[in-house]
Design a protein around this ligand. Structure first.
Ligand SMILES: Cc1cc2nc3c(=O)[nH]c(=O)nc-3n(C[C@H](O)[C@H](O)[C@H](O)COP(=O)(O)OP(=O)(O)OC[C@H]3O[C@@H](n4cnc5c(N)ncnc54)[C@H](O)[C@@H]3O)c2cc1C
Length: 286
């Protein structure tokens, strides 16, 4: 493993400790964690505390925000290990990194103070609402959800789906069309922070995703959702830029986690005792 920003030894040592934690403490609890009942919640809380104790918590979050301050390119490699378990991100607190960075870069002092500390500590979870059922998510300029300013209040109406973690999140960064006529079309959407307990923010259903039913990805409807004008994240019409800042690091982290999952799947396959092969070996021995 090579490292660009950090001496190889240090990141190797972190990787080894992360691997031990994921493989020997998180993986054995997967069947419990998947139940999503009280025992699962207690088990996750125990694992989070353990990750903090081991110095493996929120490693990619900036140090000045209470995170581990591991440089991005090094954290990319750690993601490969975190991804060995689907519960890895929750257990080591990396699940909120993208939203923390987005708020850190674009948020006001008030927004940062309200949301970043509980996110870094793992007390709350964020969510982000870009994708919509009616338009192609590949092109955020097509977003049809609308937000209109009425005095000092945003009124938001729209429809989102694949909003990861929306049902558990404290807030959702909703991307909505605020400048319908603006040219270029990349300057038509804005990002607005919507606490998930705001009236009109409705979880419609969990969307079956990649073999998980229910999954962590939700369909959400926003009906006359009213939030203060101060909940605008970044500048009006700059939602596309804010979204790309969030999505960019995520793409690399997601790919690395999926490599980790693929590696684990391969290891499981190699370790599996195939019944026919087992019979042949037994016959030869006999
Ligand atoms: C596990 C998971 C978690 C997710 N979490 C979130 C989340 O938290 N928040 C969120 O907002 N979204 C989330 N998404 C949604 C994801 O961002 C979108 O699925 C993605 O952006 C693609 O959009 P889409 O599903 O609308 O597909 P589409 O954009 O409709 O694309 C479907 C197919 O058409 C192709 N296509 C699209 N446009 C064109 C074109 N002009 N020309 C040729 N081909 C084209 C695409 O390449 C693709 O193959 C999640 C998705 C998954 C699977």
């Amino acid at each position: 493993m090579t490292s660009v920003n950090r001496p190889e030894g240090e990141i190797s040592e972190l990787s080894a400790r992360m691997r031990t934690f994921i493989d020997t403490e998180v993986v054995p609890e997967e069947s419990v964690l998947a139940r999503e009942d009280d025992t699962a919640h207690a088990t996750l809380a125990r694992l989070k505390a353990r990750a903090k104790e081991l110095g493996l918590w929120a490693l990619g979050h900036p140090a000045e925000l209470g995170g581990g301050g591991v440089p991005f390119l090094d954290f990319v490699y750690l993601n490969e290990i975190i991804g060995r378990s689907e519960f890895g991100m929750l257990a080591v607190g990396s699940v909120s990194m993208q939203d923390t960075l987005m708020l850190y870069r674009h948020g006001t002092e008030e927004q940062r103070a309200r949301w970043i500390p509980p996110m870094v500590s793992g007390d709350i979870l964020p969510s982000v609402g870009l994708t919509e059922p009616e338009v192609a998510g590949s092109d955020p300029t097509l977003i049809a959800t609308q937000a209109e300013l009425d005095g000092d209040t945003w009124i938001i109406n729209g429809h989102k789906w694949f909003t990861t973690g929306a049902a558990q999140a404290a807030y959702c960064t909703v991307f909505a069309r605020t400048e319908p006529e603006s040219v270029p079309r990349h300057s038509r959407i804005s990002a607005i922070i919507v606490p998930t307990d705001t009236p009109g923010f409705e979880i419609v259903r969990s969307i079956p995703t990649m073999g998980h039913d229910p999954s962590d990805h939700y369909e959400v409807r926003l009906t006359d959702v009213r939030v203060p004008a101060a909940n605008l994240l970044g500048e009006r019409g700059q939602g596309f830029v804010v979204a790309q800042d969030r999505l960019g690091p995520g793409r690399i982290s997601h790919c690395m986690r999926w490599l980790g999952q693929a590696q684990r799947a391969y290891e499981l396959m190699c370790a599996r005792e195939h019944p026919v092969r087992t019979r042949i070996v037994a016959r030869r021995k006999g």
